[in-house]
Design a protein around this ligand. Structure first.
Ligand SMILES: NC(=O)c1ccc[n+]([C@@H]2O[C@H](COP(=O)([O-])OP(=O)(O)OC[C@H]3O[C@@H](n4cnc5c(N)ncnc54)[C@H](OP(=O)(O)O)[C@@H]3O)[C@@H](O)[C@H]2O)c1
Length: 277
């Protein structure tokens, strides 16, 4: 299903005459000299964000648990011409996050952009949820952003520029059955984004949440692989298609640019119109 999505997307791009959009659109390296840390950067939306920020000139630091997938993602992102490093870590683990911040500071230097993108979804009814499953969703989708921000903010302050992007979800605004933990975690992340934006505004560090609708990534393969569920989803998207991860990358690159310097403490929905209904 993911392969079919990619084939359709490439056909759409060809018909628009922009098969090589990354190269086409990044004419000036707006993020040159910036260093961006992206959690969950080894696949899906995280890799798309890394590719877009790398194309815009940023040095990229990818963080995720699976080091093999991480190193192949690093190789792919390097194709943009960016300098790319990979740091395996579990962002729900306080000690590992502390060590990660120390290692990145020592080996790479100061961080300008932090993208809290790592996330998981467990789809089942509240009655079927174990406490361990509930805690793992909250730890990965919400607490990890707190741990990462607490570890990296000290190095971001006092420099007149800084960007924190938190990957929330349209499910933080609306929901469907079976998404209690996921929706709770994402609504919490949007609240966290607002409070943190107020704390960091005096330092010129902006904090923004991005709330995607359904995007074609591994997280959604269980949905995309079921033709009935997939078409149910598509029928609820006014634009009639799954989102393309590159569209999240472009938004992230804009939010990290100087043009977005007045955007903070808010949440940007990119959902094909789902929440307008
Ligand atoms: N795809 C969508 O339609 C959609 C919609 C709304 C919101 N979002 C949000 O966007 C973000 C990215 O989604 P996606 O679709 O790209 O997901 P994905 O393809 O499943 O990727 C999730 C990423 O998070 C990493 N990760 C998970 N747990 C981690 C942990 N404990 N420590 C470090 N890294 C961890 C994974 O790497 P490892 O497993 O190697 O650690 C992977 O790189 C998530 O926060 C998701 O909730 C996605």
């Amino acid at each position: 299903m993911l392969a079919q999505f990619r084939a359709r997307r490439n056909a759409r791009k060809r018909s628009l005459g922009c098969a090589n959009r990354y190269n086409d659109r990044v004419t000036h390296k707006e993020l040159k000299g910036r260093t961006a840390v992206i959690t969950g950067g080894n696949r899906g939306l995280g890799k798309a964000i890394a590719t877009a920020l790398g194309s815009a000139g940023a040095n990229i630091v990818l963080v995720a648990r699976d080091k093999y997938v991480l190193s192949s993602a690093a190789e792919e992102v390097r194709a943009t011409g960016a300098e790319v490093s990979a740091f395996p870590a579990d962002v729900t683990d306080e000690k590992q996050v502390f060590q990660l911040a120390q290692d990145i500071r020592g080996r790479i230097g100061t961080v300008d952009i932090l993208v809290n993108n790592a996330g998981i979804n467990v789809r089942k009814s509240v009655e079927q949820f174990t406490l361990a499953e509930w805690n793992s969703v909250l730890a990965t989708n919400l607490t990890s952003a707190f741990l990462m921000c607490r570890a990296f903010i000290p190095g971001m302050k006092g420099r007149g520029y800084g960007r924190i992007l938190n990957l929330a979800s349209m499910m933080g605004h609306v929901s469907i059955p079976g998404r209690a933990a996921y929706s709770a975690s994402k609504a919490g992340l949007i609240g966290f984004t607002k409070a943190l934006a107020l704390e960091l505004a005096p330092d010129g560090v902006t904090v923004v949440a991005i709330s995607p609708g359904p995007f074609a990534t591994e997280m959604n393969t269980p949905l995309m692989n079921d033709p009935q569920v997939s078409s149910q989803f598509t029928s609820r998207i006014p634009l009639g298609r799954w989102g393309d991860p590159e569209e999240i990358g472009k938004l992230a690159a804009y939010l990290c640019s100087e043009h977005a310097g007045f955007i903070t403490g808010t949440d940007i929905l990119i959902d094909g119109g789902w929440t307008a209904q």
